[in-house]
Design a protein around this ligand. Structure first.
Ligand code: NAD
Ligand code: MG
Length: 393
């Protein structure tokens, strides 16, 4: 039996993880679940899975949930705040941690899971983008096992040889990450300036949380994924390419020096990579529909347009700049996306804000999490100033 902590259990990835676990009650037990503010969902989740630990954000929420669960006859311990998240992520009774909190809030708990030597199922790409080398060092020096949940990275992982060594990725010529292109793939620059948050979160192929949906629309999601691929697979930026593939059937590809290209295909359904990582190296049923290639008929590919979607190149630039530039990029993007979702910033201002922040904030080499958090805070501050200026004019 494997015992699993789900960080971000009430989100889109959290829900898909619970669906896969539900298919295999003989193999998996939910040890801990965490949520930020959807208390009803967390309560339902506790009633359905009877976890040992639940984590919420405030002491008030913790008291309320604890009372409800007690009166339902459960003895789930309810913790709160970042300390609660870290405790759940590193508890010795769990062997697997699904890291599915969105954004920088997931950094410390995800890192705690790596330091505790867990099997870490990584959906929270922002944590790795922010902390790159520090995170990979924590994984390696504590014998944690890092399994990618992001569909592209899970596809690359499946397309690499089983003995693949990220320290010397011999034989790999390029990694090709596919991008759906998002809901605005064919919008002109003028149309992009007018798009609304509601339109941005309506993704054509995937059902996801609001932040990653906006990132998919701006192609920043693919930019973060380039940085994520660099750290996961040890491949430099110039060997990671992005191809727009609107059907989202090929989830990514690895090209080898002999001309072979290996890819993973399937329906766009996150239960597939989740089941792969949960079961690895065994295969599990996921509940997803099987792929019908004849029904799809046609798979198409184009290059991303850097003029309409500048975020992708900003991410490449941050990766090439090195130091803590990816940390600042991620922080600026989080603030920009939140402001866009609140109608305080236009969609086309997202890359302008990020570029401005990267110009303003110093991004030195860093070796501790405290230094990462300093750069993150400086970038957030600069991003807020950009928004203030944009609102005044
Ligand atoms: P979501 O918004 O649906 O869920 C986010 C979860 O994080 C929720 O459980 C929420 O309660 C929790 N959370 C939010 N803010 C928090 C905070 N400050 N402190 C603690 N918990 C907090 O997001 P999602 O779509 O499930 O994405 C989760 C992560 O997985 C993201 O990093 C995303 O990039 C990545 N990812 C998602 C998908 C997808 O298909 N949804 C695919 C690939 C990668
Ligand atoms: Mg992805």
């Amino acid at each position: 039996m494997r015992y699993i902590t789900i960080l971000g259990a009430t989100g889109s990835i959290g829900a898909s993880t619970l669906e896969v676990i539900k298919l295999h009650p003989d193999r998996y037990k939910v040890f801990a679940v965490t949520a930020y503010n959807q208390m009803d969902r967390l309560e339902q989740c506790c009633l359905a899975y009877n976890p040992t630990i639940a984590v919420v954000s405030t002491p008030q929420q913790a008291r309320a949930l604890s009372n409800i669960l007690k009166s339902a006859g459960l003895d789930t311990e309810v913790l709160y705040g970042e300390e609660g998240l870290i405790a759940a992520a590193s508890d010795s009774q769990a062997d697997t941690v699904m890291a599915a909190i969105v954004g920088a809030a997931g950094l410390k708990p995800t890192l705690a899971a790596a330091k505790a030597g867990k099997r870490v199922l990584l959906a929270n790409k922002e944590a790795l983008v922010m902390s790159g080398k520090i995170f990979m060092d924590a994984v390696n020096s504590n014998q944690a096992k890092l399994l990618p949940i992001d569909s592209e990275h899970n596809a690359v992982f499946q397309s690499l040889p089983a003995h693949f060594d990220r320290a010397s990725p011999l034989g790999v010529r390029r990694i090709l990450l596919t991008a759906s292109g998002g809901p605005f793939l064919n919008h002109s620059e003028d149309m992009l300036a007018e798009v609304t948050p509601d339109a941005a979160v309506r993704h054509p192929n995937w059902v996801m949380g609001r932040k990653i949906s906006v990132d998919s629309a701006s192609l920043m999601n693919k930019g973060l994924e380039v940085i994520e691929a660099h750290w996961l697979f040890g491949v430099p930026a110039n060997k990671i390419e992005v191809i727009v593939h609107p059907q989202s059937i090929i989830h990514s590809l690895v090209e080898y020096i002999d001309g072979s290209v290996i890819a993973e295909l399937g329906n766009p359904d996150m239960r597939v990579p989740i089941a792969h990582a949960l079961g690895y190296p065994e295969r599990l049923t996921s509940g997803a529909d099987f792929l019908d290639l004849i029904r799809h008929g046609k798979l198409t590919f184009t290059s991303p347009d850097p003029n309409r979607f500048p975020c992708l190149n900003l991410a490449y630039a941050a990766l090439n700049a090195g130091g803590s530039a990816p940390t600042a990029l991620n922080a600026a993007n989080e603030i920009a996306v939140a402001a866009f979702l609140e109608n305080r910033l236009s969609f086309t201002s997202i890359p302008l804000l990020i570029e401005d922040v990267l110009d303003m904030v110093s991004c030195p080499e860093v070796s501790t999490i405290e230094e990462i958090i300093e750069v993150d805070a400086a970038a957030r501050h600069a991003a807020m100033m950009f928004i203030d200026r944009a609102t005044v004019h």
